[in-house]
Design a protein. Structure first.
Length: 370
């Protein structure tokens, strides 16, 4: 084919000119091989790291050390059984609040819900007189400098035999009563308050109810709790209501009793709820409970219902601040009877009381008041 020197051949197509390519030198070949090897190693390392295998695996993944959790057994509250979790291991952050309340579960017989300082005893909730209740004679431990004591319970049996029962309360109630009455005398100067009624046995209540239709039947009196008593004034050889005293002397107890763990068991304003009104019938429930009830104008029935409905273990715990500490309170209901798993703190002081409504009230001291 003829060429015209213009760079074009037949049909004006450009003429392609070819050069001979030189082969890469030995040094260049070595560099290429080295780079290829580095790329391959990088790919392998990336795959091993992404799949959690090999040299780059998290050393805590199979040891259960802090920083990761794996499929472990977990106790579900209220079921009494262990459930194996099926979720894959999940990396978690260490506990951000080491001071938080931590709970464990202990077995509790649901029949014990009828015992404790928070039991409800009324026409709908009978007291079953648990055998492990400790009572102390008030005469043996009351401080007579600050409080007087009335006569014992005396009644006659059907055969004419006379029976006598000393006034008694639970030891922790007597201790709180002594502290309260000492403060009362210091504030008012009146040292003639007198305890005229306290724990009532089944037999004594039966004797009372057989003589008076207004008396509760045996098993239905709040005095059975060993935490309830009646307080009056002993003046000039007679016994009178504290309400008959001056305002300063009569009002101090109502204003300050919650600070010592006491409430009015049957205030006049709550007659429609409690069913009766008995002024100066006091009941010990503990400082955090008495504090909340006073601040929110609740009687015992209303308070226990509030806990059962709105402050369960799995829900929001009730928080109460007192001069002695910050508390959280919740209710656990034993719906099926038998043994239940009761959550209690493993790193805090706590108390447990039955409510006599198939439930338990757990009270945890979270911290001292700042």
């Amino acid at each position: 084919m003829a060429q015209n020197g213009s760079g074009y051949g037949r049909d004006n197509e450009p003429i392609r000119r070819y050069r001979r390519r030189s082969r890469p030198s030995g040094a260049q070949s070595g560099i290429i091989i080295l780079l290829s090897a580095l790329v391959l190693v990088g790919v392998v390392v990336f795959i091993m790291s992404a799949t959690g295998t090999g040299l780059f695996r998290d050393p805590t993944a199979s040891t259960g050390k802090p920083g990761q959790t794996s499929g472990t057994k977990e106790t579900v509250p209220g079921t009494g059984s262990d459930v194996q979790t099926t979720e894959p291991p999940v990396t978690t952050e260490p506990d951000s609040d080491p001071g938080a309340v931590k709970y464990r579960f202990v077995e509790k017989d649901s029949s014990e819900s009828g015992d404790g300082l928070l039991v409800l005893i009324d026409k709908d909730h009978i007291y079953k007189f648990p055998k492990n209740v400790t009572l102390g004679n008030i005469s043996d431990s009351i401080n007579r400098k600050f409080c007087q004591l009335g006569t014992a319970h005396v009644w006659k049996l059907s055969d004419g035999t006379e029976k006598r029962e000393e006034l008694a309360l639970r030891p922790e109630v007597i201790s709180a009563l002594n502290s309260m009455m000492e403060a009362y005398v210091a504030a008012t100067g009146f040292d003639k308050a007198i305890i005229t009624d306290a724990y009532r046995s089944f037999d004594f209540q039966q004797a009372l109810s057989s003589k008076s239709s207004s008396a509760a039947g045996p098993g239905y009196s709040d005095y059975h709790s060993g935490a309830t008593f009646y307080i009056e004034a002993y003046v000039d050889g007679g016994i009178y209501s504290l309400s008959s005293l001056s305002q300063a002397k009569s009002s101090w107890l109502k204003e300050h009793m919650a600070e010592y763990g006491f409430i009015e068991r049957s205030p006049a304003a709550k007659k429609s709820v409690v069913g009766y009104a008995i002024p100066w019938q006091l009941r010990y429930v503990g400082v955090p409970h008495a504090t909340y009830m006073k601040e929110n104008n609740l009687c015992l029935e209303e308070y226990l219902n509030l806990l059962a409905e709105k402050h369960t273990y799995s829900g929001e715990h009730l928080s109460v601040t007192t001069p002695g500490g910050v508390y959280e309170i919740f209710c656990v209901t034993a719906t099926d009877g038998g043994m239940i798993k009761l959550p209690v703190p493993e790193n805090r002081e706590y108390t447990v009381s039955g409510d006599n409504m198939n439930g338990f009230i757990v009270t945890v001291k979270v911290s001292d008041t700042q």
